[in-house]
Design a protein around this ligand. Structure first.
Ligand SMILES: [Ca+2]
Ligand SMILES: [Ca+2]
Length: 219
């Protein structure tokens, strides 16, 4: 009889854990918004200007596996056949991006680019970009800055990161210069696995303990 009392909760525990821990499909873990079709800022090594925007990740969802963003090209009819993107992540240094990046990824042409069919201004076609990166675990609750910089091959062509809302706060700099604050948000989101918080599992365990105790007392 004692075996019976132990076996039933064990089977129930496995079944409930299977329900409580679904496959870790990637989800959006930080969303700074899609393009608002009202502005953009040059972020191109060939234009000597680089942009960055802040983000904070939550506990249980602080590993980045995909980065998505939007942008346009100047002049609007000169779209380079291949992009040459660099993605960098900076830690916070007193409310602005640090000088040296924490992560520096030359993703180059590994980026998937698609024409959204949207445009604004003088016919700037808006492109969407996506790149998978090796899982990057960051600290939950800490402020970081995502910088995305293209390097278009021809002068005077350059790439611009689309805004997602105005006003807002982003950062820009050039070679040898400090970071300056700009008044907009940039269009991007981050995706990654989301794991259940330990608190939910503890509550589940307590519930099962109560269940087992009640069964035992009945007998
Ligand atoms: Ca260029
Ligand atoms: Ca911002």
């Amino acid at each position: 009889m004692r075996m019976y009392n132990i076996m039933v909760p064990a089977v129930a525990l496995l079944a409930l854990l299977a329900l409580a821990v679904p496959a870790q499909a990637d989800q959006v873990i930080y969303d700074n918004g899609g393009p608002d079709l009202s502005g953009s800022g040059a972020s191109d090594f060939s234009e000597n200007q680089q942009l960055a925007d802040d983000f904070v990740l939550q506990a249980g969802a602080a590993t980045i596996t995909d980065i998505h963003w939007w942008g346009v090209y100047y002049p609007p009819l000169d779209i380079p056949p291949v992009d040459d993107f660099t993605i960098r992540i900076f830690e916070d240094a007193g409310g602005a991006p640090a000088t040296t990046p924490l992560v520096d990824l030359a993703v180059g042409s590994a980026v998937n680019r698609s024409d959204t069919g949207l445009s604004f201004g003088l016919g700037y076609d808006v492109y969407e970009y996506e790149v998978d990166i090796a899982p990057l675990a960051l600290s939950a609750g800490a402020t970081y800055y995502l910088s995305i910089v293209n390097n278009t091959p021809n002068a005077p062509d350059f790439w611009l990161w689309a805004t997602s809302s105005q006003p807002g706060s982003f950062w820009y700099t050039g070679p040898g210069l400090p970071w300056y604050e700009g008044n907009a948000e940039l269009a991007f989101n981050l995706t990654g696995p989301v794991v259940p918080e330990p608190a939910s599992l503890s509550l589940l365990g307590l519930g099962l303990a109560g269940f087992a105790l009640r069964r035992f007392r009945k007998r």
